[in-house]
Design a binder for this molecule. Structure first.
Ligand SMILES: [Zn+2]
Length: 236
């Protein structure tokens, strides 16, 4: 099984690791800093540096069939490492940090727009959430100014864990209607921005909302009768 280092420290840029297996689908390591696509956050890109031979470019990271299984997807034609090989796994930090900032910003957006979240996606430099809210109840400028105020106030953000049973007795923690948090491992990871947002999330986040930097609400789209899509982008 792979030790998921990003889960306890989203700021880790690289780690040493050993190859468990490698085939045409991808490379599995005993530990990794690469976040696999999930929860609306894209998988990491980066490079695996072997003691000998060419570095292996990683174009994407996805989940495997087993829990906590992480598949590092190499560039087509890359020479695959042998099981047991030692290497350094290094993510594209600049990209990941932008994803962390936007991902954390979507949590803040949840505290600004009240209503069930029906979908969401983080991409490089942009992010969106869909809310089940009626009519034209959302004001683009009001959302942007509230969001930027919360960012500038510098609220601490961090993860904590709750048991499956604890989550079952507090279902209001779950804001997303479409994505149910994973059950069955005994505990669920919560992401908290103190006093503002608390919900199950396995993604990577910044430690303080000030790190997000100024954002713009680029668009609010009507996606069906009660579905409003709020699209954000970094303002600088
Ligand atoms: Zn999150």
């Amino acid at each position: 099984m792979t030790e998921l280092l990003f889960r306890n420290d989203g700021y880790l840029r690289s780690c040493s690791a050993r190859v468990i297996a490698a085939d045409e689908h991808g490379i599995r390591l005993d530990r990794t800093v690469f976040y696999p696509m999930g929860g609306g956050q894209p998988g990491d890109t980066g490079v695996l540096r072997l003691a000998e031979g060419l570095p292996i470019t990683i174009l994407d990271t996805v989940k495997g069939a087993l829990p906590d299984e992480v598949i590092h997807v190499p560039a087509p034609g890359a020479a695959l490492p042998e099981p047991g090989a030692e290497l350094v796994a290094e993510i594209d930090w600049d990209r990941r940090y932008r994803l962390m900032r936007m991902h954390t910003c979507l949590h803040l957006l949840c505290s600004v727009v009240l209503g069930a979240v029906t979908g969401g996606q983080v991409s490089d430099g942009r992010g969106r959430l869909d809310f089940d809210v009626p009519g034209s109840s959302l004001d683009k400028d009001a959302i942007a100014s509230r969001l930027n105020a919360l960012i500038a106030e510098g609220h601490p953000a961090g993860a904590r864990w709750i048991t499956d049973a604890g989550l079952d007795t507090t279902p209001e923690l779950v804001r997303t209607m479409s994505v149910k948090p994973p059950h069955g491992t005994g505990r669920v990871r919560l992401m908290e921005i103190a006093g503002l947002d608390l919900q199950p999330c396995g993604g990577t986040h910044v430690r303080n909302t000030a790190e997000i930097g100024p954002v713009a609400v680029t668009k609010i789209e009507n996606k069906g009768r009660q579905n409003r899509r709020v699209i954000l982008a970094f303002a600088e």
